[in-house]
Design a protein around this ligand. Sequence first.
Ligand code: C2E
Ligand code: MG
Ligand code: MG
Ligand code: MG
Length: 296
Amino acid sequence: CADMAMFDAKERGRDNCVIYSPEMERQVSTQLIIQNDLRDAIDKRQLEIYYQPIVDEYGVLAGAEALLRWRHPMFGFISPAEFIPVAERSGLIDNLTRWLIKDVCEFLVINADKQLPKISLNISARQFNDVDFVERLLSEIKGRQLVASAFELELTEHLFLTDISLVKTRFNELRQAGFSIAIDDFGTGYSSLSYLQHLPLSRLKIDASFVRNIGENDRGNAIVNAIIEMGHALKLDVVAEGVETPAQHAYLKAHGCDWFQGYLWSKPLPAAEFARLLPRAGEVRQLRSTAEPVHY
Ligand code: C2E
Ligand code: MG
Ligand code: MG
Ligand code: MG
């Protein structure tokens, strides 16, 4: 049972010693269960893709983020925040992402008679660094007569802890192919900001933790303002995630934030439900914001 603990210790550096605790034991066994069961989750059809709308300042549907959901037969719903890190460490993320891309593409094909908003896909560093990644992505897309500009790839700053010149080549490849690229969870990644000068990005996504601090204190507000201003100075659009209250929305809007995502408009929706939101040609879909914050 010390397998995962040793793995963690190795990750932290060989000379680090890990002291064993009951809490760790619990975490280790959860991780092992997740890792084992996730292997078959696709085949057993336990995974599903939800879509969360991204809207403009008027609530007009402008995009959607694809988010994985796992219904475990015994443990019920397991959050991606819990299983994605395990999938990344074990390599299962490769299959998972491949399946996700196929499923999202199929969704777009099925709904081709409607206006399709840009779909954002979360791509972990491991995929991104895979030499075949861009080629495989493009073959899935082109094989279905879809175009790369229908997609945005969300990457986190973890990526920039490694060799930036390699990352730059890959970014250029993706941009040339027509994909948009966003930095997800912006401001939480411990990486230097220097990558912002060198990479062909389209958007920054302000992390929900900053959005949550709006109105809490001056410093919280200042960070949000600074991110929006810096984004705009770099000619990037700024998306706020985790917007839950009208006050947060009002503040972000007043400070020039371009796009919004959060429970205030919609939680992530099952594909069929999201498809019903898609406007027909000539229609515009405006989402009403809920006056009350929603809790799940
Ligand atoms: P993320 O990419 O930052 O996604 C945003 C998360 O915020 C989602 O959590 C979403 O459901 C949640 N969220 C949206 N609006 C609100 C709100 O108003 N309030 C609050 N409290 N939360 C809100 P979710 O779906 O649990 O996903 C968690 C993370 O798991 C994602 O964070 C992403 O990093 C990862 N993830 C999800 N699907 C995938 C995937 O297909 N591939 C990869 N590599 N990662 C994924
Ligand atoms: Mg994301
Ligand atoms: Mg995020
Ligand atoms: Mg995240």
